[in-house]
Design a binder for this molecule. Structure first.
Ligand SMILES: Cc1cc2nc3c(=O)[nH]c(=O)nc-3n(C[C@H](O)[C@H](O)[C@H](O)COP(=O)(O)OP(=O)(O)OC[C@H]3O[C@@H](n4cnc5c(N)ncnc54)[C@H](O)[C@@H]3O)c2cc1C
Length: 594
């Protein structure tokens, strides 16, 4: 492991916490208001016909009434069901005696440093003097259901190889195996635990509904077999559910939520304290579990595999593993964080950290990011002092915010917009337009540059994500969920909560309080954020020879001949007319809302 600055150490927090929430017994849902019916608007058929709801895995789009029943707690939220399982089994789990080994299950937390569940598992193993075994289960069906991008899977598999090496230095084995059917995961875990003689399993919580429901089932299932499964908060700096408005509700608006987030951390500074990696395993680990040290890392499933050229390219572009993550964080904090607030919106520059890939795979924790940035701030505060540092921390906070939203309004990961009344917009499913957008051939150079950046390097600058997403939803009036899906399928940092939040923001169907009539003008955005056209020239090489302001709109600024010669398309739509059309469609959709 790389040497780290001495981190304030803390013992792992108490287990079995329900995050201060009073857990009510799951209610039986009354069959009223179409709670069990699909979204009745015939316009919602698009969701089925255009692959928005993956019907192999999920039921049809739910009614707005059902989404609202989740929001009001009438239908129990997946996290509350998990808390209830933890609470119901608490006594039984506490009485489970440690046997021959303790197991940590890696998911999106592929690091040794500052990993809450791993720290717990390490402590329990050390206290009992038994080996710690780590495992990662590759689930092709989860990759499919969760639209995992091949580049993201490749990054994760490469990271596992680094992790295996680092763990081996501590005599800790990493068992990696593919479980073809996602519903076999709980039974396979039980089998492995039996094989290893382990009675304790630890994991960090993931907040998507599928994962929370799987963990709820597993807590009860393992408890029924005399084993203990501990699932703990780790991925957010402030665990979801901790921040409430004066009237005891969850925040649905970022700014007041952020103020509360900052105040809460300042009052609970232990939230920024980091966990050390687990200690070395006893010598018996290699004798007893020697075969696990040779466990190979499987390749990606066929439908998610990169070709060799892509593998080499992405390996160079996106070095993996937690050492790289720390290196990137430290160099960003030393060299660029001070200028972040000015530089972050210029996509041609190098003004942002590019840490999202690491945060998404968990090769670094958000805690470590916030703490490292804060420590560089002379004020040692999150919200005062160096403007670049404060702004960057507030961006990392967005990541927490969208997770808090996901937990409290779980239907956002069931293909419903945060504002269910926006389910009634008459979206277009124009395939030609959609393909032009995906391929970066819309004739809007800034949008095209953004989309080509994504297909070339699996990443897109934040400003460009907003513009490209707004263009799809508002200018093309294409169902934003098609864009959300496309992003997930291509981003190396694809992360459900942040992606869904970003799309909700850009399509005006999410938590952003701005009304739907904020529609970015792609030309003005291009002139403002790429004034010299450097970003466009890099990603749309056909336009590289066009000089001056014509680069932003070649056909309407006297460079049409040149653009035509190089094969660059004319704009597929006219922004002003599209703006009017979007305003009408949103207004009509809201009038039809149920
Ligand atoms: C339509 C859309 C889709 C998006 N999809 C994703 C996604 O799938 N995964 C993802 O990690 N981010 C997503 N974002 C947020 C943001 O674009 C990226 O986090 C950011 O571009 C990553 O670059 P960076 O690491 O250099 O960010 P920096 O500017 O250095 O920010 C540091 C970290 O803060 C977090 N962060 C910054 N901005 C946001 C934001 N707006 N929302 C949530 N977290 C943020 C990220 O973890 C990021 O790594 C999306 C935004 C939009 C508008």
């Amino acid at each position: 492991m790389p040497p780290r600055k001495a981190a304030a150490k803390r013992p792992p927090p108490p287990l079995n916490e329900t995050n201060g929430r009073q857990i009510k017994k799951a209610k039986t849902v009354k069959v009223v208001d179409n709670l069990f019916q699909r979204h009745p608007n015939p316009l919602a058929d698009g969701a089925d016909d255009h692959g928005i709801v993956l019907r192999n895995y999920y039921p049809p789009e739910m009614s707005n009434a059902r989404a609202r029943a989740y929001a009001s707690g009438e239908i129990p939220r997946p996290i509350d069901e998990l808390y209830a399982a933890l609470q119901d089994t608490s006594g039984k789990r506490k009485s489970v005696k440690v046997k021959d080994a303790v197991v940590h299950w890696f998911k999106m937390d592929l690091r040794l440093w500052d990993n809450t569940a791993l720290a717990h598992a390490g402590e329990v193993a050390k206290k009992a003097g038994v080996p710690l075994i780590c495992m990662y289960l590759v689930s092709p069906q989860d990759f499919e259901a969760h639209l995992r991008a091949p580049v993201r899977i490749d990054f994760m598999l490469r990271t596992l190889a680094v992790l295996r090496q680092d763990l081996a230095k501590l005599d800790i084995p990493l068992h990696v195996e593919t479980v073809e059917k996602r519903n076999q995961i709980p039974d396979r875990i039980l089998e492995l635990m039996d094989e290893w003689g382990a009675s304790h399993l630890f994991a960090n919580m993931e907040y998507e509904a599928d994962e929370l429901r799987r963990e709820r089932h597993l807590v009860r299932h393992l408890s029924g077999k005399g084993k203990s499964f501990e699932v703990v908060h780790d991925t957010c700096v402030v665990p979801p559910g901790r921040l409430q408005t004066g009237s005891g509700k969850q925040y649905a608006v970022y700014t007041p939520w952020y103020r509360s987030w900052v105040a809460y951390i300042h009052e609970n500074l232990d939230l920024l304290e980091q966990f050390e990696p687990p200690g070395r395993n006893p010598e018996s680990a290699r004798n007893k579990f020697g075969h696990l040290f040779d466990c190979p890392i499987p390749g990606a499933p066929k439908n998610k595999a990169l070709c060799d050229e892509e593998k080499r390219r992405y390996q160079k572009l996106w070095p993996c593993g937690e050492h790289e993550a720390v290196k990137r964080l430290e160099s960003f904090c030393q060299e660029r964080i001070g200028g972040y607030s000015d530089a972050r919106n210029i996509p041609a520059g190098n003004g942002t950290s590019c840490l999202s890939v690491h945060l998404a795979s968990g090769t670094i924790s958000a805690r470590t990011c916030v703490r490292t940035a804060r420590d560089r701030n002379k004020t040692k505060r999150l919200n005062g002092g160096n403007n670049g540092i404060v702004t960057w921390i507030s961006e990392v906070a967005w990541r927490d915010f969208y997770r808090h939203v996901l937990v409290n309004w779980p239907y956002v990961c069931m293909n419903k917009p945060f504002k269910p009344e926006y389910s009634n917009i008459a979206w277009s499913y124009n395939e030609e337009h959609f393909v032009a957008w995906c391929e970066g051939k819309t004739g809007f150079p800034f949008v095209d540059a953004a989309m080509r950046q994504l297909s070339n390097i699996g990443y897109m600058h934040n400003r460009c994500r907003m513009i490209a997403a707004c263009f799809l939803a508002k200018d093309l009036l294409i169902d934003w969920r098609k864009g959300e899906r496309y992003f997930m399928e291509h981003l190396i940092d694809g992360d459900f909560a942040s992606n869904n939040g970003g799309w909700g923001f850009s399509a005006s169907v999410g938590v952003d309080p701005q009304p739907y009539f904020r529609i970015f003008n792609p030309l003005l955005q291009s002139e403002k954020f790429d004034p010299n056209g450097e970003y466009i020239r890099k990603w749309v090489p056909e336009l590289a020879g066009i000089e001056g302001k014509a680069i932003h709109d070649p056909y309407n600024r006297g460079a049409g001949d040149e653009a035509r010669r190089t094969g660059y398309p004319r704009p597929i739509v006219e922004h002003k007319a599209c703006r009017e059309r979007a305003l009408r469609a949103y207004k009509q959709g809201l009038e039809n809302a149920m």
